[in-house]
Unconditional design. Structure first.
Lengths: 430, 430
């Protein structure tokens, strides 16, 4: 079954509101083997919606529409669909009763525009909405289904989950189509290196209904293997050789094969399983590393805390970095990173200490120490070393990438992987 | 000037990634008087992009495309645009040099697919990208401009701001239409309270071409006054009475009237101007408060650092919270927050110490101390008090809101505003 989506609203077009409905729709449709092939956002304009319906019904089994069902003059979805299907408006008694009852309960008088919400085109099946005043509408055109839902996320999700998906799934069963997806999340390696040097040419694996996608994002590069077939087992089997190949060739860099995992979640899980604790000594990340770890529920099982030593004096006062070391090597140096990591572990009693010191930018760079230069320190009683990375010019990006590389560093060492992130070499190993 | 937007990527359609590029694009285009009338998301499929180009060029002065410019086989934008414009690929020397230089610097070998990034269709003007390996492309078709940009947000935004917008704005100047926008950013007050209790009914201010929008977001509530006219001065004058009214009625809560400001930026600016320094003692925020401050370039002028005392033992060891106090009042208490704030100021030598201790959730709540309960401590030598807030159930939201309220607390006290965020009362004032 092929679907297209129209999200309606000037606020989406001009960017006052981020369109989270379309991502949610994409996920739930994909999950139910309904392929979304186009997602369109338009403003509150009659003719544009008319044209979109005319065009999309040629390619779609179902057109889903969200938004534009409110009671104000700029809400065009209901009038347009009424006109488009040559219908007239009639009152939907259950919706009217629901509106009156709810306003009564809250002691607010019912206005004419509230009651207008209970008027629906006689060409549709009403999808009764218990979360708001705008009902959903289900139209069966000669060649296509059209489903209109409110734009308020909670109402839209409720109607999709309870009403629309069950109806679409029932129709979908008549045309058997299964898609299978497998994810790999990697860290500490760039997209091209991962593709060219580790995984290599996969063209002999690919065939009809089997695809590999590279999804780079700030946390690393994810891979999606997807296969489809009219038989569930066949779809799954088709993907196996490619999955095995990726697992074997990119192993060190893969931190999870669970779609929803993030790197901080996996590191917290790993340390908790190993019964290890970690503490952080942060300079250029300014607290972001600790914050990323504590974004994970249950991180208190492995995270103790640490120091934010942004000012150099605090590196001395909190982290025992001698002033002479700061003067001789500078704050952004492997020597300082090493001391920071060891001291924070000692002072907190954590099994692992990890540190960051670098030049986040945009200012502060020199020829020898450019913006984006970061040193990491690692200490766990057994191992004690520093590592260098060179990132880019944008401050927030550099901070985020630094925190993630620090997490990946901990992951790799604790998993016994000898390659460091981005194939960095350990410095000053003790 | 009418624009349409195509965002490309299976990950957007199936909802692996929320499409934030389209909202950002909508904002920047609107800001420059370029109307976005359609925003389309499609997958990595040649024919679909061909069809979209054919259709959109009929209605658009410019088609903006993001995504699909990466080096892997599923990136279709460059091949399709090459074919669509009947061009051939040629090497773009500056991009090639940039790639080689950057990989050299980082000590990573350049792969063939990296070098492929420097190949561009000879039908376009290259928009040189200093943030990544994929250059942007500017095509002038007979009836329409087509601009292709990378999908990575930082790279796309950089190219839009530095290259595309200046070129479009120059073309746009030929059609006189002025819209004037004025923003207010507020913190420490909810949307309905701000609207109903502070600003009140504004219907007598509003008229044709003058609007007021409430834009709630995680950092607070912003207000946008917008007016339009064919004359720049008229548009500006029309908005004045409403702007004056809002400034007067919502004054304490407004931290900036500059569209691009964020609360951390304003707090760093304020403290730097006042020549004050701040240090943080973080429990439930886990480093996020420090991270937010250090997101601001130049924050080293006022931010010294601090302690992340996630584990209770570290509250004693690092922040001198007596074990007896922890036992008697619990870690999440005004007493503990007060000691944390004072100790961190004393130990770092900062003029202001601010602390957070709370229950971020989802677990760990009790009847008396539910999830979302947070105590803040404030110390500046002169003032020393705690403050309570009760947020919601979601961990990351609670952390973010806590860090922002801590910043707003510092802003209010330092600006001499007696009302605390969300009208909280000071506790245990010393």
């Amino acid at each position: 079954m092929k679907a297209s989506l129209i999200t309606i609203g000037d606020e989406l077009l001009i960017g006052d509101t981020v369109n989270t409905n379309s991502a949610w729709m994409g996920r739930i449709l994909t999950h139910h083997n309904i392929g979304l092939y186009e997602s369109l956002t338009i403003g509150d304009e009659r003719q544009v919606l008319f044209d979109a319906l005319d065009r999309l019904r040629k390619h779609s089994d179902v057109i889903l529409i969200t938004g534009g069902l409110g009671p104000t003059h700029d809400d065009i979805t209901k009038p347009v669909l009424t006109e488009y299907t040559g219908a007239k408006l009639i009152e939907h008694q259950p919706t009217k009763d629901f509106i009156v009852r709810n306003f009564d309960k809250r002691g607010i008088p019912v206005s004419p525009s509230n009651l207008q919400q209970a008027m629906v085109p006689d060409s549709c099946e009403v999808l009764f909405n218990t979360r708001g005043t705008a009902p959903g509408m289900w139209f069966e055109l000669s060649d296509c289904l059209v489903v209109a839902l409110p734009g308020v996320p909670a109402e839209m999700k409720h109607l999709m989950t309870e009403k629309v998906i069950p109806k679409l799934a029932a129709l979908n069963e008549k045309v058997p189509f299964y898609s299978y997806r497998h994810y790999f999340h990697t860290a500490g390696i760039g997209e091209s290196t991962l593709s060219d040097m580790e995984i290599g040419d996969v063209s002999n694996f690919l065939k009809t209904g089997l695809q590999l996608a590279f999804l780079p994002h700030t946390h690393g590069v994810s891979l999606r293997v997807s296969s489809s077939s009219d038989n569930q087992e066949v779809a799954r089997e088709k993907a196996k050789p490619l999955i095995t190949h990726i697992r074997k060739s990119a192993g060190d860099h893969i931190y999870s094969e669970n779609e929803k995992d993030t790197l901080p979640v996996c590191v917290v899980r790993l340390l908790t399983e190993l019964r290890k604790t970690v503490a952080v000594a942060e300079s250029c990340t300014g607290g972001l590393l600790g914050s990323m770890i504590t974004d994970v529920p249950g991180s208190s099982a492995c995270f103790l805390g640490g120091m934010i030593a942004y000012q150099n004096e605090l590196k001395t006062r909190f982290l025992d970095v001698p002033e002479t070391v700061l003067e001789k090597f500078g704050a952004v140096s492997p020597e300082v990173a090493m001391i920071m990591a060891k001291t924070v572990a000692k002072k907190t009693g954590a099994s692992i200490g990890v540190s960051t010191t670098g030049i986040a930018g945009p200012g502060g760079g020199t020829e020898h120490k450019p913006v984006g230069l970061v040193y990491f320190g690692y200490y766990d009683g057994e191992r004690h070393f520093a590592m260098k990375q060179l990132f880019f010019r944008e401050r927030k990006f550099n901070k985020e990438r630094t925190a993630l590389v620090a997490l990946d560093l901990v992951r790799r060492v604790q998993c016994g992987i000898s390659r460091l992130p981005y194939d960095a070499k350990p410095i000053l190993t003790k």
